[in-house]
Design a protein around this ligand. Structure first.
Ligand code: NDP
Length: 318
């Protein structure tokens, strides 16, 4: 594994981190998810990314992770960076989502309980709340650190302007923001406009999520929709409409380009993101040990020439 420094901090993160959003919930095979997590650790993945709502049902990914920690990984707690987040709907009534101090800190307590942990390494505001003062949400992150329940804080899904404001507030409070978690992949490049330069300027790390566009940027859908795929599972996050004819043409062209480089499309898509100097790590999902191994092997693949990057841009912008 390669480890990259997270912004200006003292923390190194693996180039590839594992996220537990899909495939780790209460409906999944526990033995299989345990094998994926343990193989990840053996491959040098020290960072596992969770959130209060990962499941389904919400919370079950954290509970399953607790069982894996208690049965195997717990002895390695000091070798792990475990993150959780609060922002999306978790419980009934007016205090069960968004960014109030009440919700953020209650949710963190629940996450710690579900994972059987005294602290998380990174606690995120999962999404900006348009109705709560940013000072309140950032103040809750700061309190989590002061209470010893989180070592570092992060933000996710904040645009560049709100990110700058959040970073200012956190800096004033004395709890600098460690990391930003935005969506970023070949099909969704919004961060390139200004977020990446803000993060670089401010010395904050960046860990893109859904780097494979939930599986579209792999060989998964080259010849139809496999029964065991995310699209076939009728997940609301990735629907059949996302795989329209135009997108499939691009996927096939990208796949050909990856073959010319002697790698899989998944590896090319991950390597492409990791070639950005502002990116600390990519947080991938995996539904099998094999996918995980293919994705981690990306770190050994050749760098991109400027001609290759231009050819990929041509495909994406065509
Ligand atoms: P990816 O874009 O990496 O998609 C993962 C899916 O792609 C897998 O479940 C699998 O799909 C397919 N896949 C992965 N590797 C391969 C391979 N080598 N060959 C073929 N198919 C492959 O990421 P996710 O969308 O799963 O997100 C990753 C993590 O990011 C989450 O677990 C979470 O931690 C974080 N996240 C954060 C969000 C936020 O708001 N902060 C939002 C979303 C995610 P299949 O299941 O079909 O096999």
């Amino acid at each position: 594994m390669t480890y990259n420094r997270c912004g200006n901090s003292g923390i190194l993160l693996p180039a590839v981190s594992l996220g537990l959003w899909h495939n780790f919930g209460g409906m999944e095979d526990f033995q299989k998810m345990k094998e994926i997590v343990l193989r990840a650790f053996d491959l040098g993945i020290t960072h596992f990314d969770l959130a209060n709502n990962y499941g389904p049902p919400p919370g079950s990914a954290e509970s399953n992770f607790k069982n894996i920690l208690q049965s195997e990984l717990g002895a390695h707690r000091d070798e792990l960076i475990i993150s959780s987040k609060a922002g999306y709907l978790m419980w009934d009534g007016p205090y069960g989502e968004w960014g109030s101090r009440k919700y953020m800190l209650a949710s963190l307590d629940q996450s710690l309980k579900r994972m059987g942990l005294d602290y998380v390494d990174i606690f995120y505001s999962h999404r900006p709340d348009p109705h709560t003062p940013l000072e309140e949400t950032m103040g809750a992150l700061h309190s989590a650190v002061q209470q010893g329940k989180a070592l570092y804080v992060g933000i996710s899904n904040y645009d560049a302007e709100m990110t700058e404001q959040a970073l200012d507030i956190l800096e004033d409070l004395g709890t600098p923001c460690l990391i930003h978690q935005p969506r970023y992949n070949m099909f969704d490049r919004w961060v390139e406009e200004d977020l990446l330069s803000v993060l670089e300027k401010r010395g904050v790390g960046c860990i893109p999520f859904s780097p494979l566009a939930q599986g579209l940027l792999t060989d998964r859908y080259l010849n139809g929709i496999p029964e065991d795929s995310r699209i076939a599972s009728e997940s609301i996050s990735l629907e059949k409409d996302h795989l329209d004819a135009e997108t499939l043409v691009k996927i096939k062209a990208l796949n050909q380009h990856a073959e010319q480089r002697g790698e899989t499309l998944a590896q090319m898509a991950l390597g492409w993101i990791l070639s950005r100097k502002q990116v600390t790590s990519v947080v991938i999902g995996a539904s099998s040990v094999k996918q995980l191994e293919i994705n981690v092997a990306t770190i050994h693949n050749p760098k991109f020439t400027s001609d290759e990057l231009a050819a990929i841009d041509n495909i994406l912008l065509s």
